[in-house]
Design a protein around this ligand. Structure first.
Ligand SMILES: *C/C=C(C)/C=C/C=C(C)/C=C/C1=C(C)CCCC1(C)C
Length: 249
């Protein structure tokens, strides 16, 4: 057979720039990430024209989230393919732009102000970056990770993840629990993304940084970037799909 996977990859590499080596599974997930984020962006933009007026802003924000990610994935794939290792800076720049946009989605769906969630997301990501990059030796990776985790739990509480089980909840969660109709229904779907989908990230962090937990996860056949890439696909594309599924019909 004249077609082979390596011909395919070298053609791809010619188009894309830096070379992904055959067998580089992590690199391949960066590539799939950039393509699927781009496809999702086109889809959300097209659907933006179709949905009811009250959902238009949410659809546009969904498209912005995947669009920003598509650009970052393009460059992350490049950095990885150049052999420069895990693209920590690009990753966190992407997150510091896209996670607040997810906060905007909650604000759009509930009408509740986003100040608390915004600042919590900044703390979560900045401390996570300190831990993962090691730019500051002030605290070790697991302590930075614990602070970041606390901010994550606060966000989960605020958006009402605990109220799914009848537990306490913050302003956004209370608004979602009491309101009726399609818009809060979309918001209640997003709670599951924060509770389950976002929990993927601390797992990736534990795989990529040293600490007491290294032994717990080091036997797993996934590396940090694969876990983050799976998390992004679920949370960025899935988040938009959830909004869209509530918005259609
Ligand atoms: C599109 C990107 C998203 C939804 C990124 C979310 C990222 C997190 C929820 C990251 C959380 C982290 C912790 C809870 C502890 C360890 C450090 C982080 C930053 C990986």
């Amino acid at each position: 057979m004249s077609f082979s996977i390596s011909t395919f990859l070298s053609t791809l590499n010619f188009i894309l720039g830096a070379s992904l080596q055959p067998g580089d599974f992590t690199g391949f997930t960066f590539f799939i990430g950039s393509v699927s984020m781009l496809a999702a962006t086109v889809f959300f933009l097209v659907q933006h024209g179709q949905v009811d007026k009250k959902f238009k802003d949410s659809m546009l924000v969904a498209a912005l989230i995947t669009g920003i990610a598509a650009v970052h994935y393009y460059y992350m794939r490049d950095q990885w393919a150049e052999g420069l290792g895990s693209p920590t800076e690009l990753r966190y720049v992407d997150w510091i732009l896209t996670v607040p946009l997810m906060v905007v989605e909650f604000a759009l769906l509930t009408g509740v102000g986003m100040k608390k969630l915004f600042w919590a997301s900044v703390v979560m990501l900045v401390t996570g970056y300190f831990g993962e990059s090691g730019v500051t030796g002030a605290l070790d990776a697991q302590t930075w990770g614990a602070i970041s985790g606390a901010a994550y739990f606060y966000m989960a509480y605020e958006v009402g993840c605990l109220s799914i089980f009848g537990g306490p909840s913050g302003d956004v969660g209370n608004a979602l629990a009491s309101a009726k109709g399609k818009i809060p229904a979309a918001g209640r779907m997003l709670q599951w993304f924060v509770l389950v989908g976002w929990a993927i990230y601390p797992l990736g962090y534990m795989m990529g940084t040293d600490g007491w937990y290294t032994g717990l996860v080091s036997g797993l056949p996934l590396d940090m970037d694969i876990v983050y890439n799976i998390g992004d696909a679920i949370n960025k594309i899935g988040f938009g799909m959830a909004v869209w599924s509530a918005a259609r019909d």
